[in-house]
Design a protein around this ligand. Structure first.
Ligand SMILES: *Cc1c(COP(=O)(O)O)cnc(C)c1O
Length: 453
């Protein structure tokens, strides 16, 4: 069929293994460093926070890691997700390019996050974990882990960035409906929270600070509680590769493959899940696919950050990770793409950017919402503000094709729907959105607080 829109797979096509790019990188990832000893950390250093199953995945050099059947069984609630040709958008842009999107917004909580949340809860259940702690910004990750924990009978404690807690009450209700306990961060429950509140009782919170609280609660629980992280870590990116593996099969059905693959990056997990199986082919055969990671100009980790060792959280309680960072003291501007307001980036994404396998671009939020509205008005779907960053760049690339007459295949990851983001759409429609450009000088200033190695 030449006029096909949706390229669908059946349940038996859900991948049986996660793809681990560590096996195929030309060199090893830089080691993660213990901030006290300044030596590379080992599995035992992570044991207070994560179950051994996940720690072993974090450092695994196996090319594939089998997906346990109980996890695949839950994936079957929404996977495989559709790959869709955006024909109405193409027509509107009057471009010869073909535009495709992979729709991860069809998951129960509305984003790609359950791909790893379910896996994380499963390996914790296997290890006997009774409760998990985590942070959430806009609420996508908190909702996903709350669901995963509920399915496996684990208690879930979520520290939600205070400004989101107040602005997005429906995400909180969703988490509570799945049985999670939700606390606005900074809170009085932890040292990190109390310290922040002492300095500024009106502190609106940040992802870095909420991570500090969730980590502290798990680390001081005497092994009863473990911590769950929804992005950045190697094993999280690996869990997300079900997205790209399915996409690869779906492009076979479409009879063409992508020339350009685009995704937004907050911590880098949805982008990675989408592109890494294609990066593998690229490293092997070099087809010349361009991989473009899109970040907000308000939190430009790759395009303005420095590639060095920094903490993953604000209080400095995590190990030191080599990544492009804006500095762990980074306080983001209140852009609506809550999932993209993080100071650091996944080490795997940073490695691929540093070695020029992938590209990065930063875009401000008004053009992003313009793209979101254009997408809603052609394809009918409201994208979350985060993937709208990818849509902006996909449209820009399609318009370049219009000029040059090139018939490129452009694919982006629609990693979440925007049904909980109507406040952001409203602000855009009323002309109330501000564009923020994070200043170079602030990056230099924050570098002073980064520990010397
Ligand atoms: C969490 C989230 C992001 C940002 O995290 P990544 O790890 O970069 O994917 C982006 N989009 C949506 C919809 C999210 O829920």
């Amino acid at each position: 069929m030449t006029d096909q829109n949706r390229f669908l797979l059946s349940e038996k096509d859900i991948p049986k293994a996660w793809y681990n790019i560590q096996a195929d990188l030309p060199g090893p990832l830089p080691p993660v460093i213990h901030p006290g000893t300044k030596q590379p950390i080992g599995p035992d250093d992570l044991a207070p926070l994560f179950p051994m199953g996940l720690i072993l995945q974090e450092v695994s050099q196996d090319q594939y890691v089998e997906i346990p059947e109980p996890v695949r069984e839950i994936y079957r609630l929404w996977r495989p997700t559709p790959l869709v040709r955006a024909r109405r958008l193409e027509k509107e842009l009057d471009t010869p390019a073909h535009i495709y999107y992979k729709n991860e917004g069809v998951s129960p909580v509305g984003s790609h996050k359950p791909n790893t949340a379910v896996a994380s809860a499963f390996f914790n259940k296997e290890a006997g974990t009774k409760a998990m702690t985590t942070e959430t910004g806009a609420g996508q990750w908190g909702s996903a882990l709350a669901m995963g924990c509920h399915f496996f009978g684990i208690d879930c404690e979520v520290y939600m960035v205070k400004i989101s807690y107040e602005q997005k009450p429906y995400r909180r209700v969703m988490m509570q409906t799945y049985g999670a306990q939700v606390t606005p961060s900074p809170s009085q429950k932890t040292n990190a929270g109390r310290q922040a509140l002492q300095k500024d009782p009106a502190n609106p919170g940040s992802l870095g600070l909420a991570i500090s609280e969730a980590v502290e609660v798990a680390a001081t629980s005497g092994g009863v509680k473990k911590y769950g992280l929804g992005s950045v870590l190697n094993h999280v990116l690996m869990h997300q590769t079900v997205i790209g593996q399915e996409s690869m099969k779906q492009f076979e059905l479409a009879g063409e493959g992508p020339d350009i693959m685009i995704g937004c990056i907050g911590g880098g997990s949805s982008f990675s899940g989408f592109v890494l199986p294609f990066v593998r082919e690229e490293l092997k055969n070099g087809h010349g696919i361009r991989f473009i990671a899109v970040e907000p100009t308000a939190a430009p980790s790759l395009t303005k950050g420095k590639y060095l060792y920094d903490f993953g959280d604000m209080a400095g309680s995590t190990p030191l990770i080599k990544m492009y960072t804006l500095g762990h003291s980074f306080i983001p501007a209140p852009i609506h793409a809550g999932g993209l307001r993080y100071h650091g980036m996944a080490p795997i994404v940073c490695y691929l950017y540093d070695t020029k396998v992938i590209e990065a671009v930063a875009v401000p939020q008004n053009p992003v919402f313009e793209a979101a509205v254009q997408f809603a008005n052609t394809e009918g779907i409201f994208p979350a503000p985060e993937p709208a960053h990818a849509i902006r760049v996909a449209i820009d690339e399609a318009l370049k094709c219009k000029k040059s007459g090139e018939k490129k295949v452009i694919a982006f990851n629609l990693c979440g729907h925007g049904h909980f983001d109507m406040g952001a759409y409203d602000a855009y429609l009323q002309g109330q959105l501000e564009d923020y450009e994070y200043p170079e000088a602030a990056v230099m200033e924050a570098m002073k607080e980064i520990p010397a190695l």
